[in-house]
Design a protein around this ligand. Structure first.
Ligand code: FNR
Length: 400
């Protein structure tokens, strides 16, 4: 879909236009969509394109994978549709941290996208620019944050921050993100150590050891200054240095003051699952919290993100922006998360599989399908403004 089309359909019957086009092509042009419609078909076709490395890295979660599986189960929450409410002109736009977003959907930070497609993060960024969907770039990207910012143009962009135990590198990342035009910093707090992931351990595979996903480090002046020889001359030593400064399990809430002092950008704390941690994040100066299980990749057996969301929204949602990811595969799930208190939601694996399937075009297709589903769900539920999706739109099945 071109930007022009996207602008045309934005806000008015986005989803209806999409499905009408598909039906017309099917009935009159004998043409069925060549891009998979359901998530399971998409994943299956993406797997055909993916290397064993990409599959091991992207698919599945920690340990038994029960959190990874449970994340996807939103069925406890039932949408209660309302009728005859005049929903012809639906507005999907919303304001997040003071910025206008065209849709209540963003792309979540997902590392090492070069494993999924040669154009990696640049392809995803171009798709976001085309569709006007905000993008969150992982620290662990193969492309540099500056190149990704350029590909995004004026599309809203956030930078996800893993702060390095080397304070010079940690500071440099924040400076670079601000200079490159990122609008916010997402501090991921749910990865003090690596998770136990059978699928990677079975293969003995860790992408960073072969230099994938560390473009931001290799291009960083402070990181380069800390090396005896530049990464181009001695990549092994550079990877070792990266591994030695990546992650810091000694961090506490008090350390957030460091990030708060270094940047004027809004700060989002990603990976919060307990209401007390959400309150603590706000006390420490965060502008938003992101409810997330990291896609079930960290704590085997943890609460699912959708189970944690209502309590956290209740604890801090009136004053603080609440974001949600983990498990969203369809628009109706996004709708439920918005109803349970999220101000916007972030899409993970579906876009990754779109990228593996057909690069930029694949990501655009995933976004178009998901946005269409959100639009249709809103219309069918009797809501014409994203900002009006609230707790009254869903019921807990236990109360039915
Ligand atoms: C992630 N996630 C992640 N999060 C983050 O803050 N920084 C990162 O670099 C990554 N990298 C990453 C790689 C892969 C392959 C996956 C699947 C996930 C977590 C991500 O932002 C998000 O929380 C999950 O993807 C949400 O789960 P679903 O919806 O994708 O299952």
């Amino acid at each position: 879909m071109s930007k022009q089309d996207s602008a045309d359909v934005h806000g008015e019957q986005f989803g209806v236009k999409h499905i009408r086009r598909v039906y017309r092509e099917g009935m009159f042009e004998d043409k069925t969509p060549d891009f998979p419609v359901s998530f399971s078909d998409l994943r299956e076709e993406a797997f055909e394109e993916m290397s064993w490395k990409a599959k091991a890295y992207v698919h599945g979660g920690a340990g038994t994978e029960e959190t990874f599986e449970r994340n996807k189960d939103f069925s406890r929450w039932r949408i209660i549709p309302r009728m005859l409410r005049g929903v012809a002109d639906r507005d999907l736009s919303t304001t997040v941290l003071g910025n206008e977003h065209s849709y209540p959907l963003m792309i979540t930070p997902l590392g090492v996208q070069s494993l999924l497609h040669d154009d990696g993060e640049i392809a995803t960024a171009r798709a976001c620019a085309e569709m006007d969907v905000p993008f969150v770039l992982s620290s662990l990207s193969s492309a540099t944050m500056e190149d990704v910012a350029e590909a995004l143009g004026d599309t809203p962009k956030w930078f996800q921050y893993y702060w390095a135990s080397d304070r010079d590198v940690a500071t440099s990342f924040l400076d670079r993100a601000e200079t490159a035009g990122y609008d916010a910093i997402v501090v991921t707090v749910d990865a003090p150590t690596l998770g136990w992931r059978d699928r990677l351990l079975e293969k003995g595979y860790y992408p960073f050891l072969e230099g994938e996903g560390i473009g931001n480090y290799f291009s960083d002046p402070a990181f380069r200054d800390s090396l005896a020889r530049p990464p181009e001359e001695d990549p092994e030593a550079a990877v070792d240095r990266f591994l030695s400064i990546f992650g810091d399990a000694s961090l506490t809430w008090d350390d957030l003051a460091f990030v708060r002092e270094q940047t004027d950008l809004p700060i989002i704390i990603k990976g919060v699952l307990h209401p007390d941690d959400a309150r603590r994040a706000v006390e420490a100066g965060a502008d938003a919290v992101q409810v997330s299980t990291h896609g079930g990749r960290q704590v085997d057996g943890s609460i699912a993100a959708i189970e944690a969301l209502p309590e956290i929204a209740e604890a801090v949602g009136d004053e603080t922006t609440v974001l949600f990811d983990s498990g969203i595969r369809r628009g109706a799930q996004a709708f439920k998360a918005l109803a349970l208190g999220a101000d916007t939601v972030l899409l993970g694996r579906p876009f990754a599989y779109g990228l593996a399937h057909s690069g930029q075009e694949g990501v655009e297709q995933v976004l178009e399908n998901t946005l269409s589903q959100i639009d249709l769900t809103m219309g069918l539920a009797g809501i014409d403004d994203v900002d009006d999706i609230d707790r009254s739109a869903v019921r807990d099945e236990a109360s039915l």
